[in-house]
Design a protein around this ligand. Structure first.
Ligand SMILES: NC(=O)c1ccc[n+]([C@@H]2O[C@H](COP(=O)([O-])OP(=O)(O)OC[C@H]3O[C@@H](n4cnc5c(N)ncnc54)[C@H](O)[C@@H]3O)[C@@H](O)[C@H]2O)c1
Length: 417
């Protein structure tokens, strides 16, 4: 700590202050006094600079002004699985990031990891807000100078969407409309939108290209398709740069082990296959239930296209770099390879080293046999190709994080786990 207090002798000498002239002792005392004033002034100036740089300062912070050479990206849903990985990559690439999340599904622990990695002022700010709150969204856009938006925030479980369709239309379709309106009102001209292969439904022909007709069969896919349509209609008369990325099945986690996938336990029943594999390996659930062994696929189980989150995030970075005003790019983000559920389970057993118990059951209504992408368009136009295509390795990375974080990030809303 800086010592600002006077010592005893100084206090005593200051008592013999003379008004009748300036002797040596006086001038010394005066220079002491002037020094202290100078020190106080310097400290005050330092505090003001620190406050100005800190995100909590209500004046013009770094987040509220555009800066040449720095792209300020609003990452909605940045406390979630994919959004947190994307925020990490953007920060690593020297972008400025604002995360907006209502923590309904994400984790404050993920935000804390990001803040620890990028503590410098003006790099990362977190705003706790609900995108369904138009007033709050407008205020966020009014107070911040965004250059681009990556809109990840959404509820994202097919099964849940069939039980609570209105929630999905509201959270996905209506909130995307709100984000788009705010972008238009505040002149933010670049949007990277998280869409899904669920917008294709159950196509007759594989692999799926961007030209494959979109006929979604569940409220999740329909809500995303409607959000896409709103964006496309808007873009016809605007010079917004739009990139719509349709992800296939996302797996894996940060190779350095800083971030992972930590969905709410209550969502487990709607959860994804990787989560179920890890839960089985950890003994949280008794085993895996594979539904359907008589599909017209090489081993009778469903086939999906699993894309590693590191590759997916890379596709976003490339999309951001190539986004062009007045143009729309639509891309499938997948590996182009279909893997059966049986293959996935084998990879999961190898990755975890646990002989996971598997129960084979009859088909689940609504599941389709095969879904995999043709990623030629993104390969060609964005120069993007999936690099992490070894299922076992992706699962091993995710497993390492799961083992170290048996309770995910701890309490989703509290900083201490
Ligand atoms: N995970 C996949 O396999 C997959 C596949 C295709 C598409 N997607 C899409 O990717 C995006 C991210 O998915 P994810 O797997 O990371 O999900 P996630 O649940 O881990 O993250 C979503 C985040 O959005 C936040 N959020 C939700 N509603 C919000 C609201 N109204 N206001 C503010 N924040 C809100 C949640 O709190 C959470 O942090 C979603 O749009 C999803 O549809 C995911």
């Amino acid at each position: 700590m800086l010592g600002l207090g006077r010592n005893r002798s100084q206090t005593r000498t200051s008592r013999s202050w003379s008004f009748s002239g300036m002797d040596y002792a006086d001038s010394k005392r005066k220079s002491n006094f002037a020094g202290k004033i100078l020190l106080a002034a310097c400290l005050t100036a330092m505090c003001i600079i620190m406050l100005r740089n800190s995100s909590s300062f209500s004046g013009r912070s770094a987040f509220s002004r555009h800066e040449l050479g720095i792209t300020h990206v609003l990452v909605t849903g940045g406390a979630g699985y994919i959004g947190s990985h994307a925020a990490y990559r953007l920060l690593k690439d020297s972008h400025r990031v604002t995360i907006v999340d209502n923590l309904s599904r994400g984790n404050i622990g993920a935000i804390k990891v990001l803040q620890e990695q990028f503590p410098e002022p003006g790099r990362l700010q977190f705003i706790y807000a609900d995108l369904g709150d138009a007033k709050a969204v407008n205020k966020i856009f009014a107070e911040n100078a965004f250059d681009a938006v990556m809109h990840f925030a959404a509820v994202a479980y097919v099964g849940e969407s069939t039980l609570e369709p209105l929630r999905y239309y509201h959270n996905i379709t209506s909130n995307t409309l709100g984000v788009l309106e705010a972008m238009a009102a505040h002149g933010v001209n670049t949007l990277i939108y998280s869409s899904t292969c669920a917008t294709y439904g159950e196509p007759d022909k594989m692999p799926i290209t961007e030209e494959t007709p979109q006929v979604p069969i569940n409220p999740y896919g329909k809500a995303k398709k409607m959000a896409e349509d709103i964006i496309l209609d808007f873009s016809k008369n605007s010079d917004m740069a739009v990139m719509i990325l349709r992800y296939f099945n996302v797996i894996g986690s940060d190779p350095e082990g800083r971030l992972g996938e930590a969905p709410r336990p209550e969502l487990r029943e709607h959860g994804r296959i990787s989560g179920a594999c890890f839960d089985s390996a950890l003994g949280t659930i008794p085993g895996l239930k594979v539904k359907g062994t008589d599909y017209k696929t090489p081993d009778g189980t469903c086939v999906r296209d699993y894309i590693d989150v590191t590759d997916l995030v890379d596709a976003h970075v490339k999309a951001l770099a190539k986004a062009t005003h007045g143009k729309v790019g639509i891309y499938n983000v997948g590996t182009g390879k279909g893997r059966s559920v049986k293959e996935f389970v084998d990879a999961c057993k190898k990755a975890t080293g646990v002989d996971i118990k598997v129960e084979y059951l009859s088909r689940r209504p609504g599941d389709y046999a095969e879904v995999y992408s043709n990623p030629s368009k993104i390969n060609l136009e964005l120069n993007w190709t999936a690099q992490y295509t070894d299922l076992k390795e992706s699962l091993q990375t995710a497993w390492r994080w799961q083992q170290k974080h048996r309770n995910g990030y701890g309490s989703p809303l509290a900083l201490d786990s």
